[in-house]
Design a binder for this molecule. Structure first.
Ligand SMILES: Cc1ncc(COP(=O)(O)O)c(C=O)c1O
Length: 386
C-alpha cells in the first residue's frame, strides 16, 4: 500500500503537546513525535477494539510477548523468551525504575551528554548521583559527528558508579553506535561491574540500512547485567498511547525490578497493548516506506543548511528523526529564543540536554517535507534580517 508522507495533517487543537504549546504562528519541530498518522493496521486494530465497547482488564500479554520475542530473534538474532520481558507504561518510567532499584543513596549513574533530558533527571529523581561525561564532537567537513570518549568514561567513574544509562541510537546526536564502539563500552562496564540500562527506543529508525545492535547481544556476560528498554512508540508514532517493555535476561535483576514495580507501575492497557501488537505484527510495510522518507528529509535538511545556512552546523543523523544543530558560529545570544521569536519555529533548547548542549537546538524532522522546508526558510529569512 502506498503511503503519502507528504500529506499535511493539521494537528493544531488536537491535544498535541507539540502543536499546542506555542501560538498558532509558530511551527513546532520539537517534541519527538511525528506528524504522520500511524500505520493503517494499527488504526484498524484500535478501531475494532474500541468498537467492541467493553474495556475490562485485558489479556493480550501472552500473544504480544511471543510476537516481541519472534521480532527480536528475526531482527537481531537475539533469543529471549516471554519470561524475560517486563511490560512498562513507558520508557521514562523504566529509566527511573532502574535507578531506584539498582542503586542506593550515595551511588551514581553515569550518562553521556548531550542526552535526552530524562536521563539527567532520572538518577536525581530517585535520590542517586548523576555523573556525566560528554560525547566528543568532531567536525567532518561542514557537519558534526559525535564519538564516545573512552578515556573520559574511565576518568568519570568513581567507586560509587553503579549504573551506566546508555542511549542507542542516541538522542539528540543521532548516532547509531558501531559494534566496535559498543564493545569498547561493554568492556568498560564489565571491568567496572556496572549495570547497564540501554534505552533503544529509536532502534527501528536507522536511516542508512544499518542493523541495530542491541547492547545485550554483545556477550552473555553483558546480557546478564543489561536492562534493555524498547517500545513501538517512536517507530510507529504511537507515543501518546504509551506502552513499552524491558528485556531483562538475568533472573535476579528481573526479580528485583518486579518487586520494585509492585503496586506502583500499571500494566499495559487494552488500547496500548492492541496498538503494540498490531504495529509489530502488521506495521512493517509502513515502516519500510517511512525510513526512506525520513532519510529524504534528513538529506534535504543537511543540504539546505550547507547551502543556505552555513553558519549552522548539523549532525547527519544515522538514526532517529532528530537533528542536532550547532548555532554557536551564528552568534545568537540564545538560538532557541531567536528562532522562536524571529523565525516562529520551535525547537528543543540545547542546554536542556546537559553539558555540551549550550548553543545548540534539536530539530525534529518527522514531518512532511513541506513543513520542514517552511521551517528552514523561516530560519534563513530570520538570520538574513538580523
Ligand atoms: C531516547 C528516548 N527515550 C525515551 C523517550 C520517551 O519514551 P516514553 O514516552 O516511552 O517515556 C524518548 C522520547 O523522545 C527518547 O527519545
Amino acid at each position: 500500500m502506498p503511503y503519502n508522507f507528504d500529506q499535511v495533517h493539521p494537528r493544531r487543537n488536537s491535544d498535541s503537546i507539540k502543536w499546542d504549546a506555542y501560538p498558532e504562528d509558530v511551527l513546532p519541530l520539537w517534541v519527538a513525535d511525528m506528524d504522520f498518522p500511524s500505520p493503517a493496521p494499527v488504526l484498524a486494530a484500535l478501531q475494532q477494539r474500541v468498537a467492541a465497547g467493553i474495556f475490562g482488564y485485558g489479556s493480550v500479554a501472552k500473544e504480544l510477548a511471543e510476537t516481541l520475542c519472534e521480532r527480536l530473534q528475526q531482527r537481531y538474532q537475539w533469543t529471549v523468551t516471554p519470561e524475560h520481558l517486563i511490560f512498562l507504561p513507558n520508557l521514562v518510567s523504566g529509566l527511573n525504575l532502574v535507578c531506584r532499584t539498582f542503586a542506593k543513596a550515595g551511588e551514581a549513574a553515569l550518562v553521556q551528554t548531550p542526552i535526552y533530558p530524562p536521563f539527567l533527571s532520572a538518577p536525581l529523581n530517585q535520590g542517586i548521583k548523576l555523573q556525566t561525561l560528554e560525547l566528543t564532537p568532531q567536525q567532518r567537513g561542514k557537519q558534526l559527528h559525535y564519538e564516545i570518549d573512552e578515556l573520559g568514561f574511565i576518568a568519570s567513574l568513581t567507586p560509587e558508579t553503579r549504573l551506566f544509562l546508555l542511549c542507542n541510537p542516541h538522542n539528540p546526536v543521532g548516532r547509531h553506535f558501531s559494534r566496535h564502539e559498543l564493545e569498547a563500552l561493554a568492556k568498560l562496564c564489565l571491568q567496572n561491574d556496572l549495570i547497564i540500562c540501554s534505552d533503544e527506543v529509536h532502534c527501528d529508525l536507522n536511516l542508512d540500512g544499518q542493523s541495530h545492535i542491541p547492547f545485550a547481544t554483545l556477550s552473555p556476560e553483558i546480557a546478564q547485567r543489561c536492562i534493555t528498554l524498547l517500545a513501538p512508540s517512536k517507530t510507529f508514532n504511537i507515543a501518546g498511547l504509551g506502552g513499552s517493555f524491558a528485556v531483562v535476561e538475568n533472573p535476579q535483576l528481573r526479580k528485583q525490578l518486579l518487586a520494585a514495580m509492585e503496586g506502583l507501575i500499571p500494566h499495559l492497557n487494552v488500547l496500548n497493548s492492541t496498538a503494540m501488537l498490531a504495529a509489530y505484527q502488521h506495521g512493517e510495510t509502513w515502516l519500510q516506506a517511512l525510513i526512506p522518507y525520513l532519510r529524504g528529509n534528513r538529506d534535504f535538511l543537511v543540504n539546505y543548511l550547507a547551502t543556505h545556512l552555513p553558519q549552522l552546523k548539523t549532525t547527519i543523523p544515522e538514526a532517529t528523526y532528530l537533528a542536532w544543530l550547532d548555532c554557536r558560529d551564528a552568534n545568537l545570544h540564545n538560538p532557541y529564543q531567536f528562532f522562536l521569536k524571529q523565525a516562529k519555529v520551535a525547537f528543543n533548547e540545547g542546554k536542556s540536554f546537559g553539558k555540551g548542549g549550550e548553543g545548540f537546538v534539536r530539530l525534529n524532522f518527522g514531518c512532511p517535507r513541506s513543513t520542514l522546508e517552511m521551517a528552514l526558510e523561516r530560519m534563513r529569512e530570520a538570520l538574513e534580517k538580523r
